[in-house]
Design a protein around this ligand. Structure first.
Ligand SMILES: Nc1ncnc2c1ncn2[C@@H]1O[C@H](COP(=O)(O)OP(=O)(O)OP(=O)(O)O)[C@@H](O)[C@H]1O
Ligand SMILES: [Mg+2]
Length: 334
């Protein structure tokens, strides 16, 4: 497998690790899918990187591939049928705004159907970070559209792989109410995998263990720390602002938040639902972590519990820095 190169702040890095996740792609390539798969995980945990590597692997395995990521304006379109390839490429070239990207995302379903009708036998459709542009309330109906291709194709096919990825916890609730897809979680990188990424960064960097404790293996947080010149405080303060952790919010929930900082499972057992929902909506926590059985996770599952990294049995802070942002906001309160 040709390892893809990825942008990482001002650097170019090689895709590393994620062996288990790559095995999933190989498995799907050999078996196909009965239902579309919706992949979710903490923001910046490496979903897009894995899916780009996956798109490359599927191409090597002889699949026609549509990969689009409207948020990053990234795409790979490898289609054997020239007319349909051109049609999709023209739509992508014109896509500049949320509305026009939304049109691309919806058109993929029609184009996939036309490809099958025209004789394509092996097709991979990967829509990455697309729910924000079509509207999270439409995520489920989009997944149903993907299911329609698998279940009611206009002609016979060998294998179709349909994957959507999201870091929006809210969209999961919407999708989960129906049985139109399989959902599969992916966690931040394992310590050894994360070390391989860390080693690709230039010298004069903090000690690996310190970075691990701060990021919990989240490559986006590593990228932000590196980009800031390792100014941890700046990254935390930026996050407080981006997540709108306002004085009103912290004042309203301060007692509960203090408990959740100590143990995120407090949100599972004792906290008001309104607070939990707000934390999900702000993408600060991952709620409802499945059992730590390798079969249920796209790559290495998180540990059963890790108080230092803010991981509970059922609930986890997306990264330790997300928890630090709440801590910082609470401190400002006093
Ligand atoms: N396995 C990997 N090897 C090398 N770099 C990686 C790997 N995984 C992620 N990265 C890098 O880390 C950063 C964040 O990863 P990525 O964008 O894939 O996360 P994401 O889960 O898709 O984020 P979001 O939730 O915002 O969609 C990117 O710069 C990416 O290139
Ligand atoms: Mg992404």
């Amino acid at each position: 497998m040709n390892r893809v190169k990825l942008r990482f702040a001002n650097l170019e890095v090689n895709f590393v690790d994620r062996e288990q996740a790559i095995k999933w792609i190989e498995y799907w390539a050999s078996r196909g899918m009965a239902l579309p798969h919706v992949i979710y995980g903490p923001e910046g945990c490496g979903k897009s990187a894995w899916l780009r590597q996956g798109a490359e692997l599927l191409r090597e395995l002889g699949f026609d591939v549509i990969y689009v990521n409207p948020i990053e304006s990234a795409f790979t379109v490898e289609l054997g049928i020239e007319d349909l390839r051109n049609k999709l490429m023209n739509l992508i070239r014109e896509a500049t705004s949320q509305t026009t990207w939304g049109r691309v995302i919806w058109s993929i379903i029609d184009i996939a159907r036309s490809l099958i009708e025209a004789g394509t036998r092996k097709l991979a459709i990967i829509v990455d970070d697309a729910f924000q542009v079509i509207g999270i309330d439409k995520a489920a109906i989009y997944v149903k559209g993907l299911l329609g291709i698998l279940e009611h194709p206009p002609a016979s096919y060998d294998k179709i792989i349909a994957i959507a990825a999201t870091s929006e916890g809210v969209s999961l609730g919407e999708i989960g109410r129906h049985s139109w897809s399989d959902t599969a979680p992916i966690w931040n990188m394992s310590k050894e995998g994360f070390r391989q990424l860390y080693e690709q960064l230039p010298e004069l960097k903090p000690d690996f263990e310190e970075i691990w404790r701060l990021t919990g293996g989240n490559p986006r947080m590593l990228e932000r720390l590196y980009e800031s010149g390792w100014m941890v405080d700046k990254v935390i303060n930026d996050l407080v602002r981006e997540k709108m952790i306002t004085p009103n919010f912290t004042r309203k929930w301060s007692n509960h938040l203090r408990e959740a900082i100590e143990d995120p499972d407090y949100l599972w057992y004792n906290a008001p639902e309104e607070l939990t929902n707000e934390l999900i909506e702000k993408n600060l926590i991952i709620y409802f972590l499945p059992e730590r059985d390798q079969r249920f996770w796209v790559d290495q599952p998180p540990p059963e519990q890790d108080p230092e990294l803010g991981i509970g049995k059922h609930v986890a802070w997306q990264t330790p820095i997300h928890r630090e942002a709440i801590k910082r906001a609470l401190k400002e309160e006093n």
